[in-house]
Design a protein around this ligand. Structure first.
Ligand code: TYD
Length: 195
């Protein structure tokens, strides 16, 4: 079976950087890795990026939750969990919908329901950061990035971390230090003992 590893966190938490570093580290061990992110560059993901994130011209939390779930269903077509010795790294997954659309008032049980097609990952890393620090690291802001909203999203993420057994790391740590800690957890999970 393939291994599914997810990175979650608010904007500016460095999950994209950590996803890339983990991918490089695993490849250096000769493993097969595919790194992808949500929203995707597929038809629904492209619509989301333009209409929800850039223009804000679709702004109903319920329809956002449904669109992100539709994009995820298409994303999962590219993921074959029966493949042996393959590692999929996802930069955001259904936990993002729970945290972001949940923070807009869509009931968590409903978001869980519309994402029930999505397989549970083997590992979920939550990179936790104060939104004020996270935002200061970003070059560009989109529609979902304002401080009070992101504080709500962060709180929900920490609640979800407990519920879904996520591994929480302090995202203010130096990225190389954090990358090593993450790599160590993944190696342990994969049963790899080499240094
Ligand atoms: P992000 O990872 O920040 O992409 P980029 O680094 O290219 O800006 O994701 C884009 C935004 O989409 C982010 O603010 C969180 C939001 N989002 C949701 O609200 N729900 C979801 O289910 C997903 C996957 C993302």
């Amino acid at each position: 079976m393939a291994t599914l590893i997810v990175f979650e966190g608010i904007d500016g938490s460095g999950k994209t950087t950590q996803g890339k570093l983990l991918s490089e580290n695993l490849k250096s061990l000769g493993l097969k890795v595919q790194l992808s992110s949500e929203p995707t560059d597929g038809p629904v993901g492209t619509l989301i990026k333009q209409k929800i994130l850039r223009e804000g011209s679709i702004s109903l939390p319920l329809s956002n939750a449904l669109l992100f779930a539709a994009d995820r269903a298409l994303h999962l077509k590219d993921i074959n969990l029966t493949e042996k010795n393959f590692i999929y790294i996802l930069d955001r997954y259904f936990y993002s919908s729970l945290a972001y659309q949940g923070a807009c008032g869509v009931p968590l049980s409903y978001i869980e329901f519309i994402n029930s097609f999505a397989p549970k990952p083997d590992l979920v890393f939550l990179l936790d950061i104060d939104p004020a620090i996270g935002l200061s690291r970003l070059k560009q802001f989109d529609k979902f990035e304002n401080l009070s909203y992101l504080n709500k999203v962060r709180k929900l993420y920490l609640y979800l971390a407990n519920k879904y057994n996520m591994i929480v790391f302090d995202a203010t740590e130096k990225s190389e230090v954090l990358a090593k800690k993450i790599f160590d957890v993944v190696k342990k999970k994969l049963g790899i003992n080499c240094k």
